[in-house]
Design a protein around this ligand. Structure first.
Ligand code: NAI
Ligand code: MG
Length: 335
């Protein structure tokens, strides 16, 4: 039987870049069945809620979801849908690889970094958020658990082993955030002891930002808490040509959601300007997760060839073409 994937086209540029990814998956002969579901602003407009039950049911049923970016309406009472999804399905690992592609406007070559971000705890726990009645004081609770820290660091080491990687950088701020970042670092150190085959280094988050910009080729796998991982992975995207080049996988025990790192890009939505590479790379992560490495490699080399040739790329890559032209160029390569 065909494997069924839940597809959430999402908001803004989402539907157009998801459409690109699906055409490419089909052309590569992946032979998936798709079940489409709404979330975000699109769902709010169509069904009166941001995250309809049917969408949750499909994510659970098919276990694999390819998702476009979602717009979380700004204002009272709306918690981020992405945060909700990650918590609801315990998608504790957010895996964000960045790779240099020849032909982009990026400042660096030879970048190959994976950020493994804890995805459900820390500053994004969403707990204890309050602002005092006089509006003068705000607070929020950051929770780090031993179990959460152990789970994510073990995931990172296992990933490093599987992908034949040499080094893990544990990123923290334990010198200042002694309790939360302190516990994370303590547990990460314990876990590292079980992986003598992999070099472990520890780095404070601010210094990490500087070193990533100065000598990014020194990094291999980064493992860190939620907020730091969010920020560092966007920084890493900037090293390889911007958000249009950055995919992310949200992985839990029973479900996985593959998506672009960026948002719905309302400034360019509906203009055929979006670079679909982010979501195409997310679908490649999905193929690898499903053990379909040959298809993943086939698509990766097609995308890479089109970007390197450079005459049918999108504006963010220095080209003059639209989402559909770029997609067609990749399809032509595959065919
Ligand atoms: P954004 O990531 O949507 O856009 C930031 C900048 O990058 C914009 O200038 C945009 O045009 C550009 N950009 C993003 N993706 C691109 C692509 N594929 N090709 C070319 N250029 C691209 O961030 P912003 O504007 O802060 O957020 C917009 C909305 O997205 C918000 O509602 C936010 O909540 C949501 N969001 C959703 C995420 C998700 O669903 N995973 C992640 C981040 C934000
Ligand atoms: Mg982010």
């Amino acid at each position: 039987p065909k494997r069924t994937i839940t597809v959430i086209p999402g908001d803004g540029i989402g539907p157009s870049i998801i459409d690109s990814a699906l055409k490419i998956l089909d052309k590569a002969g992946c032979d998936f069945e798709y079940e489409f579901a709404d979330a975000g602003l699109t769902a709010l407009e169509k069904h009166g809620e941001l995250l309809p039950q049917r969408t949750l049911d499909l994510i659970e049923k098919n276990r694999i979801t390819l998702k476009g970016p979602l717009t979380t309406p700004v204002g009272e009472g709306f918690t981020s849908i992405n945060v909700s999804l990650r918590k609801k399905f315990s998608l504790y690992a957010n895996v964000r690889p960045v790779n240099s592609f020849k032909g982009t406007q990026a400042r660096y070559e030879n970048i190959d970094i994976i950020t493994v971000r804890e995805n459900t705890e820390g500053m994004y726990s969403g707990l204890g958020q309050k602002v005092s009645d006089d509006g003068q004081t705000a607070e929020a609770t950051s929770i780090i658990t031993r179990q959460g820290a152990e789970q994510i660091t073990t995931f990172a080491y296992e990933l490093a082993r599987k992908e034949n990687r040499k080094k893990i950088t544990i990123v923290h701020k334990a010198n200042i955030m002694k309790s939360t970042s302190g516990l994370f670092l303590k547990v990460a150190r314990e876990v590292s002891q079980r992986y003598p085959d992999i070099t472990t280094e520890e780095m404070i988050v601010d210094a990490t930002c500087m070193k990533l910009v100065m000598n990014p080729e020194n990094f291999d796998v980064i493992v860190t808490t939620n907020l730091f991982g969010d920020i560092l992975s966007d920084l890493c995207a900037g090293l390889v040509g911007g958000l249009g080049m950055a995919p992310g996988a949200n992985i839990g025990r029973d479900a996985a959601i593959f998506e672009a790192v960026h948002g719905s890009a309302p400034d360019i939505a509906g203009k055929n300007l979006a670079n679909p590479t982010s979501v195409i790379l997310a679908s490649i992560q999905m193929l690898e997760y499903l053990g379909m490495s040959d298809k993943a490699e086939m698509i990766r080399s097609a995308v890479s060839a089109v970007i390197e040739e450079g005459d049918r790329t999108t504006r963010d890559l220095g080209g003059t073409h639209g989402t559909t032209d770029f997609t067609q160029a990749v399809l032509d390569r595959l065919g």
